[in-house]
Design a protein around this ligand. Structure first.
Ligand SMILES: Cc1ncc(COP(=O)(O)O)c(C=O)c1O
Length: 385
């Protein structure tokens, strides 16, 4: 049986896969089982910040497997504490809870907000989030997310989430009431097709949260860690959240998530929350290596620079709009041609991501070069034909 046949037989059919089986990678290149090479502009959906098989991540993982893979959080481990210190130094005064995914990081943020509301806002528990947002696939995070296609089949949903249009501060103001405890936003909505916050939106939300005594939770699972050309996307807007969630790129491909809370929001006490694997030494060793290489190699600035190169490359594809920030870009076609375009690119050895019928998302490794973007552009021009 082929790998796709085995997958049909043994894997739950939760997603539609493209007809390719990858076996190895190197940098921005990945290879299928026949040895065919592909240029990867998706990076495991914004995960492989340093590309595939980065030698320093591989070395950190190899060394850690020989020292200590897992202990649980009943004990202290050095990589976890070191990673937390690095993240706090890079972001804002806060403390960190580690978990294994973006959804779990957002679950932690939601629980944190509810506990904070119990303590500080007379039991307020409602979170305002935005239509089209994506925060993960657990029951609470599909409810927080603003895409009914992900939540409707699983009703009844948990109480306490309201959705307003993105980039609309007045809608947040109108939705705020005595039960509101927090506003939860992506600085760039990713899964709906890369929709950046307009100038002034996040600053306005920050002011409103301060005036009303609400927490501002920013989901930087996709936008964090250099992706948008700053360490964190909120830094483009001159605001600091009370709670920030990270995952995706943090481990360079190894599953890890994090929820950072400023002192004001840091209300968890022993016993409130936990995760067996969260922040285990193996994942933290990988993440420490990822942060080290991003900083040493100036990859945040490089992402800003390559973002502009990518933006102009995809501007020539005849779409009706090109949107994005740094190395998180999308082209939207006026016709529903995204999926045929994605498939034609794959056949020609280029990996891009059709987020819906009309839009293609590009979230390549931060190490991508101008030459590779140029090569991608040529393949895409061919695929258009
Ligand atoms: C903004 C955002 N939040 C949360 C998630 C969920 O992360 P995970 O799939 O690791 O649970 C994603 C995943 O695409 C995301 O883009």
């Amino acid at each position: 049986m082929t790998t796709p046949e085995l997958a049909d037989r043994y894997l739950m059919q939760t997603g539609r896969r493209l007809p390719v089986t990858f076996v190895r990678g190197h940098g921005c290149l990945v290879y299928d089982e026949t040895g065919r090479e592909y240029l990867d502009l998706v990076a495991g959906i914004a995960v492989n910040l340093l590309g595939h098989a980065h030698p320093e991540v591989a070395a950190a993982l190899a060394a850690q497997t020989k020292a200590l893979i897992h202990t649980s959080n009943l004990y202290y481990t050095q990589p976890q504490v070191e990673l937390a210190r690095r993240l706090v130094e890079l972001s804002f005064p806060s403390r960190v809870f580690f978990c294994n995914s973006g959804a779990e990081a957002n679950e932690a943020a939601i629980k944190l907000a509810r506990k904070w509301g119990t303590r500080n806002r007379d039991g307020a528990f409602q979170i305002i989030s935005t239509q089209g947002s994506f925060h993960g696939r657990t029951l609470a995070t599909i409810t927080a997310g603003g895409q009914p296609k992900y939540s409707d089949p699983f009703k009844p949903l948990p109480d306490g989430f309201v959705h307003v249009p993105y980039n609309d501060l007045d809608a947040i103001k109108a939705a705020t009431g005595v039960k509101t405890v927090a506003v939860m936003l992506e600085p760039v909505m990713g899964e709906i097709g890369v929709v950046p916050a307009r100038d002034g939106y996040l600053a306005g939300v920050r002011r409103w949260c301060d005036e009303q005594g609400l927490l501002l939770i920013l989901d930087e699972v996709q936008t964090g860690l250099g992706r948008t050309g700053r360490w964190f996307a909120h830094q483009h807007h001159g605001v600091t959240p009370d709670v920030m969630t990270l995952a995706k790129g943090l481990g360079g491909g190894v599953p890890i998530g994090a929820c950072l809370a400023a002192p004001k929001a840091d209300v968890f006490e022993p016993g409130d929350h936990g995760s067996t694997f969260g922040g285990n030494p193996l994942a933290c060793a990988a993440a420490i290596a990822v942060l080290y290489v991003i900083e040493r190699d100036g990859l945040v600035g490089h992402a800003a620079e390559m973002g502009e190169v990518l933006h102009s490359a995809i501007s020539g594809l005849g779409g009706k709009e090109v949107r994005g920030l740094g190395l998180m870009q999308a082209v939207e076609f006026s016709e529903p041609r995204a999926k045929p375009f994605q498939n034609a690119c794959l056949e020609a050895g280029l990996i891009v991501n059709a987020v819906d019928d009309n839009s293609i998302r590009f979230v390549p490794p931060l190490i991508i070069t101008a030459e590779q973007i140029d090569r991608a552009q040529q393949v895409m021009q061919g695929a258009l034909k």
